[in-house]
Design a protein around this ligand. Structure first.
Ligand SMILES: NC(=O)c1ccc[n+]([C@@H]2O[C@H](COP(=O)([O-])OP(=O)(O)OC[C@H]3O[C@@H](n4cnc5c(N)ncnc54)[C@H](O)[C@@H]3O)[C@@H](O)[C@H]2O)c1
Length: 430
């Protein structure tokens, strides 16, 4: 079932969570496809640096707001992607009540906006709604095995309730809603310190620290490269007619965590040993999507092999580690290339004009930032003109690692799995 994306282009797209890892890639892809893009984010885990390529563009608007509060955009939108929610376990467990509120009240607010504007809606759901699955690989009709009282429940059950809301709005014909169940996705712009398995292992390898593996490392995961995932989201939003059922998006290649660690060691050239730690509560043993539905309805399947995507990710983290930052130009506090006069030093500023290039980008700074009493992260990041991650990513990497990564980059692509390439098993040590 092929669609003409051009014929279905709409004018304005809202991306909630657009300053996050996936959201920022999605914003860029939509922008390239000629949409006007409104990014709404509370910068809980997202970073303004993720959208620097868009700041200053006339078709881009950035609003700092928590979706738990109703949205008043002052203009109608044609499509809404809801990606707003911290996705890494340490981050979503840091304030579990806020995570549940984001999934439930936040999604409800965005659905209401979709009803008001007659906008099409896509919910970024997750493979976590399957919990620790008893079915393998996971098909969309599998109802899941979720602990509703465990530490992951704020996210798992929050996302399940969000799906319930989506299908209730769809059944009631209130909004044209689509649901993507996203499996583990990785790539540049992942937060190096957010505790996800890919970023953890790559950063540990780059910094020559032991690679920490939870459990015995034989639990499996699938890893989808970010560009593949974004393509799946765009297709699901475009597809006619509405599939009216959730769709798994992920890479069906299955790797053990030990496989992943081995590949990371190979690509970075690290000799760091592997350190085994106890398995966290409710950690799923196996995770792999059945993507038959996405293949048949969307004509979609992932294209980027793990080795290739991981190398891009290693290069990204390696660049960050050497002090490279995505450019954030404005460092002065007034005039045409910075904040509206006076706004920079005013922690209560509600509206900031950030101008880089021809067009000022309006950043509406909500009064509802969850970090009460603190200056907005967006304002902070821009006023400092650099990363808002407390400098975590600015650690210098060992020169041997940097040379190794450059050498790997010059090698021709090879799609072979780590096993077929005869990589050294991390348990073997070195
Ligand atoms: N990356 C993955 O592997 C993966 C897998 C499954 C599902 N997902 C889903 O995809 C979405 C994006 O994930 P990601 O990996 O980019 O995570 P991320 O943490 O990088 O991005 C989430 C974004 O949402 C923002 N946000 C969080 N709560 C908000 C709120 N209440 N109001 C406004 N903004 C808020 C954050 O600041 C951040 O920019 C999430 O909904 C996540 O559940 C991601």
């Amino acid at each position: 079932m092929r669609r003409s994306r051009k014929a279905q282009r709409t004018r304005t797209v809202l991306v909630a969570g657009g300053a996050g890892f996936l959201g920022s890639h999605l914003c860029e892809a939509l922008f390239r496809n000629d949409y006007r893009v409104i990014c709404v984010d509370n910068f809980l885990t997202g970073r303004i640096e993720n959208v620097t390529s868009l700041i200053g563009q006339s078709r881009f608007r950035l609003i700092e707001q928590d979706i738990c509060n109703p949205l008043e955009l002052g203009e109608p939108v044609d499509r809404i992607f809801n990606l707003a929610c911290a996705a890494s376990p340490p981050r979503y467990q840091a304030d579990p009540v806020h995570t549940t509120r984001t999934c439930v009240i936040g999604t409800l607010n965005l659905l209401e906006l979709a009803v008001r504007d007659g906008a099409r809606f896509l919910q970024a759901s997750t493979s976590e709604i399957y919990g620790d699955p008893e079915q393998h690989p996971q098909r969309e009709d599998y109802l899941g095995h979720v602990n509703c009282t465990g530490p992951r429940a704020c996210y798992d059950e929050g996302k399940r309730t969000a799906e319930t809301l989506c299908f209730d709005y769809l059944r009631a014909d209130m909004a044209d809603v689509r649901v993507a169940r996203i499996f583990n996705t990785y790539g540049p712009r992942m937060d190096p310190a957010d505790g996800r398995i890919v970023s953890n292992l790559v950063m540990q390898a780059l910094e020559k620290r032991p690679l920490t593996i939870f459990g015995d490392g034989r639990q499996t995961r699938s890893f989808c490269y970010v560009t593949d995932l974004v393509e799946g989201l765009l297709r699901l939003m475009d597809i006619e007619p509405n599939p009216r059922q959730p769709i798994n998006l992920g890479n069906p290649g299955e790797f053990t965590i030990l496989d992943l660690a081995g590949l990371v060691r190979e690509l970075t050239g690290t000799r760091s040993p592997v350190k085994f730690l106890p398995l966290p509560e409710d950690d799923p043993r196996r995770r792999r999507p059945d993507i038959a539905r996405a293949r048949s309805l969307l004509g979609w399947s992932p294209k980027v092999p793990l080795r290739q995507g991981l190398l891009q990710t290693v290069v990204y983290f390696s660049d960050l580690g050497n002090g490279a930052t995505e450019p954030v130009a404005a460092t002065n506090g007034s005039g045409a290339n910075g904040f509206a006069p006076g706004a920079r030093d005013n922690p209560d500023a509600t509206r900031v004009l950030y101008a880089e290039g021809e067009h000022p980008t309006e950043i509406l700074v909500g009064s509802d930032n969850p970090r009460h009493g603190e200056r907005s992260r967006a304002v902070e990041a821009i006023s400092q003109g650099h990363r808002a991650d407390g400098g975590r990513a600015n650690r210098r990497l060992p020169a041997t690692i940097v040379h190794h990564v450059s050498r790997m980059l010059r090698q021709p692509d090879d799609d072979a799995s780590p096993t077929r390439r005869g990589r050294q098993h991390p348990r073997a040590g070195s």
